[in-house]
Ligand binder design. Sequence first.
Ligand SMILES: Nc1nc2c(ncn2[C@@H]2O[C@H](COP(=O)(O)OP(=O)(O)OP(=O)(O)O)[C@@H](O)[C@H]2O)c(=O)[nH]1
Ligand SMILES: [Mg+2]
Length: 241
Amino acid sequence: MKGKACFILPTYNERENVGSVVRGVFGECKALGVEATVLVVDDHSPDGTAVEVVKLQRSFPQLKLLQRPAKEGLGKAYVAGFKWALANTDCDVLFEMDADGSHHAAYLKDFFAKLAEGNDVVVGSRYMPGGRHEQSPLHRTLISYGANYLIKALLALPLTDVTSGYRAIRRGALEKLDLNAFRSNGYEFQLELLHKLHHSGARIGKTPIVFTPRARGRSKMTFGDMASFLWLALRLWLNRN
Ligand SMILES: Nc1nc2c(ncn2[C@@H]2O[C@H](COP(=O)(O)OP(=O)(O)OP(=O)(O)O)[C@@H](O)[C@H]2O)c(=O)[nH]1
Ligand SMILES: [Mg+2]
């Protein structure tokens, strides 16, 4: 047995995707000898994502569901998921993973290898040799590159893909942070989390991933979300030192 991992999957209208993601994670972990718990954090998705998860629980007893009353954003969902995982499991590692099929379970072995090298955090990176952003509309790729370039220039984080949402975090590294002190509600949470992990002394590594477009369904990201991301980068820069 290679240890215990808890996968946090935030969902909003991912009924058509969540089953294959859950199956992929449990299948890969079984092959790797990792004891997995998967927690879906659903924000009352109108498409019935939670109903689908309850059906899946018949096949996967280690699949858990945290239901929240309303859509509050990715950041709030992750904070609730992390708190649940720390309180209810004895996992050594927590994973962040999208539930839309863009993050592939086949890379889990690479994450575990990088953790075994002594990293506290491993980020799945699209922007390093072996990684890429596949079939993304040009404007999305440009925005992603631009945001990463700007954030790196402002905050000097030791990474090439600070916006990636496919990550492994050692329990001890997460426990050093005050989860109640996070201010981000949405996608910008990913930046706040990485920034706090870096400043708490976590050793951060990376592994290449090929990010593919969501399997089904519609994107939830808006221009407002992108603006919140950049606004947070600016605030962190202004408050540096
Ligand atoms: N619980 C919860 N999950 C969310 C929320 N917003 C997004 N998500 C989930 O977070 C993950 C990432 O969101 P996506 O909309 O796929 O963001 P993205 O990958 O940048 O963009 P697309 O794949 O193009 O849609 C998915 O599993 C979403 O369902 C939210 O407000 N609450
Ligand atoms: Mg997505």
